[in-house]
Ligand binder design. Sequence first.
Ligand code: ATP
Ligand code: HSE
Length: 301
Amino acid sequence: MGSESMVRVKIPATTANFGPGFDCLGASLGLYNYIDMEFSDAPKVYVKGEGVEEIPLDKTNLVYQAAAKVLKRANVNKDLKIVLENHIPLARGLGSSAACIVGGLMAANHLIGDIFENSELLKIATEMEGHPDNVVPAAFGGFCLSMIYENKIIYKTFPMPFWLKFVVCIPDFELKTEDARKILPEEINFKDAVFNISRTAMLVAAMAQGDLSNMDIFCQDRLHQPFRSQLIPGMEKILATVREKGAFAGFLSGSGPTVVCLTLRERADALGEHMVDIFSRAGIKSCYKVLSSDSEGVKFL
Ligand SMILES: Nc1ncnc2c1ncn2[C@@H]1O[C@H](COP(=O)(O)OP(=O)(O)OP(=O)(O)O)[C@@H](O)[C@H]1O
Ligand SMILES: N[C@@H](CCO)C(=O)O
């Protein structure tokens, strides 16, 4: 394929961990960032939407950094003009950094004629992000299982039930993944490992079969949520009450602070309002969005 003079890509938000699948499960959501990229006589970054006041407009920008890695590897010594239209809130647990990294890598690769395979881009994305559970669904869409093996990323992806809705309740404070990982223990006990692997196995089978009965049990976790709850007032109460309010299950999205519920369209708004109310009682302002799953991942427009 020849190179393009200008590239526009759409990249989905993602919810990583999906309950017990710490660093290995994730799903792609119908909320998108857009990146326009072209060669330029000088580095230029323009931002609209989420993060407009905090995102750097120079080469330190995460999208620029990802794109620059591809150009460097291809020995292309040129600057870029990048325009970002952001709808994914930053540092809230909805995969904003993975969207930047995957979008930046894939857009730059397209600009130079798609000379690198997706497997290579995925490896770079995972190195930049630190784990594969956001980058794989951001790239390919659907419900994703991923792992790092001998410096390669191995993954599986399949579609989620079309009727499934994700109610994401987004607190008005940022929680960087870097900080939310510092709070995790170095070791866990054997019983907790069995607790999580049994639920992860059941969860994957349930999602593959589109059977969400017992999903509240399969989404339980002992690897990260109990430790991160101290950073997110109201989270535990939300997780303890969403089932009775009509959700199949609830869990912390990525490293938080967003909490997500799985439900049907007709129950979604009541659940969203319930989550906002509990956060508010804990002194946290928040808003909710009702999202569908995404099955495409990165799309060139
Ligand atoms: N559109 C953007 N442009 C430039 N940098 C961004 C953009 N979106 C996110 N970032 C960078 O990524 C950081 C957030 O990444 P972080 O991994 O902490 O959270 P997240 O990806 O939103 O959540 P999670 O990984 O838990 O799903 C921001 O603080 C910012 O540095
Ligand atoms: N698996 C990651 C997802 C957030 O980037 C974590 O929970 O730290």
